[in-house]
Design a protein around this ligand. Structure first.
Ligand code: HEM
Length: 204
């Protein structure tokens, strides 16, 4: 690779790989702090499966609730909340005429909260991703990693990293937002908390 290519690869990995997982984790701590029942169930699974050991990749298949939590976070707060495709030719999709060269904007954020696909779409409920519960849902009702030939190349790595960081920290700590601090979305390239999300660590 020449210097420009190395630079471009580093930038892509930093933005695509770091920003996404870090903002997803930020919203995870916030959601858990607002849903103590879900947090308790997560802690229970971590205690049962890990028995005090550091989580490793080998534990992930047994950490099914941890996985459901991460999938539900990516439903409500998909870091890549919007992306676009340019039509190379005229087409018709679902009865809509698409002129050549038009830009089609797809939003996981909107689709993931659409009442046509999700009951109580605004509610944080990891049970939606329990095995057997996903059957019958249209494939593209949920696409935090995109789809087609340009699907996120880091998809599986991201899920592994996300679950391991969550399990490692939640095994020992719960996080609580600083009281009175405003929590609002800011939709940049990824979905940020507009005023940051300062939290305090509490040992379990
Ligand atoms: C929760 C974490 C992540 C989410 C939600 C996510 C989401 C996405 C989405 C939606 C796309 C496709 C964009 C499009 O179609 O225009 C994408 C592409 C990409 N992602 Fe991720 N991503 C995540 C983590 C990662 C990680 C950890 C890496 C690398 C280590 C990564 C590397 C990439 C790269 C290189 C592309 C471009 C692929 C291409 O254009 O062929 N992503 N990501």
């Amino acid at each position: 690779m020449n210097d420009q290519q190395v630079r471009d690869e580093v930038m892509t990995l930093l933005i695509a790989g770091h920003e996404t997982v870090s903002t997803a984790l930020t919203w995870t701590w916030y959601l858990l702090s607002q849903h103590p029942e879900i947090e308790r169930r997560l802690h229970h699974e971590l205690d049962e499966v890990l028995e005090g050991h550091l989580p490793t990749v080998g534990h992930l298949t047994s950490l099914s609730y941890t996985r459901m939590v991460t999938e539900e976070v990516l439903r409500l707060y998909p870091p890549a909340w919007v992306f676009a495709r340019k039509a190379i030719a005229a087409d018709e999709i679902g009865g809509y005429f698409i002129p050549a060269n038009s830009m089609i904007v797809l939003s996981p954020y909107m689709t993931h909260r659409h009442s046509a696909f999700w009951n109580d779409a605004e509610v944080f409920d990891p049970e939606r991703f329990a095995s057997g519960r996903t059957a019958g849902r249209p494939h593209y009702a949920y696409f935090p990693f995109g789809g087609g030939p340009r699907v996120c190349i880091g998809n599986n790595f991201a899920l592994m990293e996300f679950q391991l960081v969550l399990a490692t920290l939640a095994q020992h700590y719960r996080l609580r937002p600083v009281p009175g601090h405003p929590v609002e979305l800011k939709a940049l390239l990824s979905l940020h908390p507009r005023y940051g999300l300062p939290m305090t660590l509490h040992g379990r």
